[in-house]
Design a protein around this ligand. Structure first.
Ligand SMILES: NC(=O)c1ccc[n+]([C@@H]2O[C@H](COP(=O)([O-])OP(=O)(O)OC[C@H]3O[C@@H](n4cnc5c(N)ncnc54)[C@H](OP(=O)(O)O)[C@@H]3O)[C@@H](O)[C@H]2O)c1
Length: 279
């Protein structure tokens, strides 16, 4: 994928949400050995240090890895937030740094991203969960636009509204919950539409769904701590979904999120502080 600032990034990677530090370290190490080159983490996953260790242990050179992470809202006004993130990940730059949530102080956070971008500490700017009025505000209030927006996105909720803006502004969508979300994947992976297409190509249902994401132009970061799944999820470059398959997949669009985010939940995020004491 070529981003709107000319930077290139892989379209498939591994996500680390809800992975313990030990699982995150292993998954990142194994994924990099299996030729993954995109890793997604976040301060609030409390596994950034483990991700840094996994990257080192993989033996893959830092410059070959595309690393994305996210600042938590409690960090938006901390002038050292980017430096502290670099320290936790044990790296001297981040390929893509997101603001994780569009809460009260996000403008200060966005200014920090722009500053770090201009200093070369981050190579691309991202906003996560900035749907609706939030992405419009970013675009109208700042001269520097984001390269990527990370949002819930899957065949049940293919982000039709947001895509009107991202396509116009050349901002890439990075899908979270790409397989329907941890503990909730069955409805999608066992749906007759997906299993029928999977049988046709001799691929797994997860591979069909991930291929759908990339053919929709989305960047995809399925989460997994299972080596077989990790291997499967990157093995999607030997087949193409036909126009007919893509039309079939469209029938899954229910305009329905798996995660319902409320303004109260957003305010609640302000009060929770990730801590790495136990790591
Ligand atoms: N920005 C945000 O607010 C936000 C929110 C949520 C997530 N995210 C990011 O998006 C990433 C992906 O989301 P997610 O991990 O929550 O959900 P997901 O990728 O939709 O689903 C993860 C679940 O799918 C299972 N799975 C993975 N590969 C599979 C395969 N080939 N076959 C069958 N099952 C498979 C995993 O189990 P196994 O471990 O057993 O493989 C895990 O239970 C996260 O890891 C995180 O990096 C961002």
């Amino acid at each position: 994928m070529k981003l709107n600032n000319g930077i290139e990034m892989p379209s498939v990677g591994i996500g680390t949400f809800l992975l313990s530090p030990q699982d995150a370290e292993n998954s990142v190490k194994e994924a990099l050995k299996m030729d993954y080159r995109l890793i997604d983490t976040a301060n609030c996953y409390v596994n950034e240090r483990a991700v840094g260790r996994g990257m080192k242990q993989s033996g893959v050179k830092r410059e070959e890895i595309f690393l994305s992470t996210k600042l938590w809202p409690t960090e938006y006004e901390n002038p050292n937030a980017v430096e502290e993130t670099l320290e936790r990940l044990d790296t001297d730059y981040i390929d893509l740094l997101f603001l994780h949530q569009p809460t009260k102080n996000w403008r200060e956070g966005y200014k920090q991203l722009i500053k770090a971008y201009k200093q070369g500490k981050i190579k691309a700017i991202g906003v996560s969960n900035f749907e609706g009025r939030y992405i419009e505000e970013v675009l109208s209030e700042f001269d520097v636009k984001p390269q990527v927006i990370q949002v819930e996105c899957h065949p049940f909720f293919p982000q039709e509204e947001l895509r009107k803006i991202t396509e116009k502004e050349d901002i890439k969508i990075m899908s979270w919950y790409p397989l329907g979300g941890k503990g909730m994947t069955a409805e999608l992976l066992e749906s007759p539409i997906v299993t029928k297409i999977a049988a046709k190509y001799g691929k797994s249902p997860a591979q069909v769904v991930l291929k759908w994401h990339t053919q929709m132009g989305f960047i995809v970061i399925p989460g997994s701590k299972n080596a077989e799944h990790i291997k499967d999820n990157i093995d999607i470059f030997d087949f193409t979904l036909s126009d007919e398959d893509m039309k079939e997949m469209e029938k899954l669009n229910k305009g329905e999120r798996r995660y319902t985010r409320t303004e109260e939940a957003l305010d609640g995020f302000m009060n929770w502080q990730p801590t790495y004491e136990k790591e």
